[in-house]
Ligand binder design. Structure first.
Ligand code: MG
Length: 381
């Protein structure tokens, strides 16, 4: 029986994780949950799973839940950190949204946890710090939930980076894959929120439309698997059934396929190397008929090129890029800027980024994150 801490319980990854726990009552017990502010939804989860410890990031929401259920409710970053390092939890599922997920991941590593990681910003803003922390805490481990990284994790199956020729990260291409470049300046919020395959939160849906999501995933893969950027490729695959591939040096190309259902990678991240039954959709290849692949268009999707550049520059660049992107996506969601302003303003922010020669530290990453947010807001508001 594994005791689970679920950070980000009310989001779409949270929903899928809860369904896995429901399907495996003899394998998992939900010990603690955290969410941003949706206290009513969290209250239902607490009742259903008899959850022991609770955190709401938002203080007002935490107070509302305290009054509603009459239980202690932690709040803020300290609450997230406390749950992530709780000695009662065996597995920490980090499905928090955005840069807020970084510190809880670090606390969980220091506490020697198994972290099932959906929060890609953790690796983007603090990749070298997470790598160092994992070396210092050999009991801790990270298994990726992000479908592409989970696919690579499964294809690698423990083989060392030295045997890998390249990683091939698949991308759906988002809603604008077939749009003409000239029409990009007319993209509306509604166009961008209309993802062809996956149903996700708004932030990641916009990131998918701009392909920044894929850029973040390239950086995430670099740090998770220790593979140089020159050996990480993106391949556009609109059907989203091949979730990513590993080309080994001996000529073997391993792919992982499955229905586009996040329960599949989440469960693999929780139970690896075991494969437990899961009630979910199956792939029927004959019905699909064809799977297609094409190279990404860096002109239409400059965010992808920016992410490669930020990754290769290293230091605080990925953290600055990620933070600026969060502010700019939020501004786009509030109709303050155009879709094509997102990469333009990120480049402006990155132009003001200091180069750091030594290995990145956490205070530097956090400071860079705050500075990029300030610079991005200055451009927008
Ligand atoms: Mg993904």
């Amino acid at each position: 029986m594994k005791s689970v801490c679920l950070l980000g319980a009310t989001g779409s990854i949270g929903d899928s994780a809860l369904e896995i726990i429901r399907q495996h009552p003899d394998e998992f017990i939900l010990h603690s949950v955290a969410a941003y502010s949706q206290w009513e939804k969290l209250a239902q989860i607490i009742k259903e799973f008899n959850v022991r410890r609770v955190c709401l990031f938002d203080e007002t929401a935490a107070q509302a839940l305290r009054e509603y259920l009459g239980i202690p409710v932690l709040c803020g970053m300290s609450g997230l950190e406390e749950l992530a390092s709780d000695s009662e939890a065996d597995i920490v599922i980090n499905a928090l949204m955005g840069a807020v997920g970084g510190l809880p991941t670090l606390r969980a590593i220091h506490a020697g946890k198994h972290i099932a990681l959906a929060n890609k910003e953790t690796m983007v803003m603090a990749g070298p710090i997470i790598q160092d922390a994992l070396l210092e805490n050999p009991n801790a481990k990270i298994t990726p939930i992000d479908s592409e990284h989970n696919a690579i994790f499964q294809c690698l199956a423990g083989r060392p980076a030295s045997e890998v020729e390249c990683l091939q990260i698949t991308a759906s291409g988002g809603p604008f894959r077939t749009w003409a470049f000239e029409k990009f300046s007319e993209i509306t919020l509604e166009d961008a929120l209309n993802h062809p395959v996956w149903s996700m939160g708004k932030k990641i849906t916009i990131d998918s439309a701009s392909m920044m999501n894929k850029g973040l995933e390239v950086i995430e893969a670099h740090f998770l698997f220790g593979i140089p950027y020159e050996q990480i490729q993106v391949v556009v695959h609109p059907q989203s059934r091949v979730h990513s591939l590993v080309q080994f040096k001996d000529g073997n190309l391993m792919a992982q396929l499955g229905a586009p259902d996040m329960k599949i990678p989440i469960q693999a991240a929780l139970t690896w190397p075991l494969r437990l039954p899961l009630r979910t959709e199956r792939l029927h290849l004959a019905e699909l008929k064809q799977l297609t692949f094409e190279a990404p268009d860096f002109q239409k999707f400059p965010c992808l090129a920016i992410a490669y550049e930020a990754g290769k520059l290293g230091g605080v660049y990925p953290a600055m890029m990620n933070a600026a992107n969060e502010v700019l996506v939020d501004a786009f969601l509030k109709r303050k800027i155009r879709f094509t302003d997102i990469p333009k303003y990120i480049e402006t922010v990155m132009g003001k980024t200091p180069k750091i020669e030594k290995r990145l530290t956490l205070p530097q990453a956090l400071e860079a994150d705050a500075e990029a947010r300030r610079l991005a807001r200055e451009l927008v508001y």
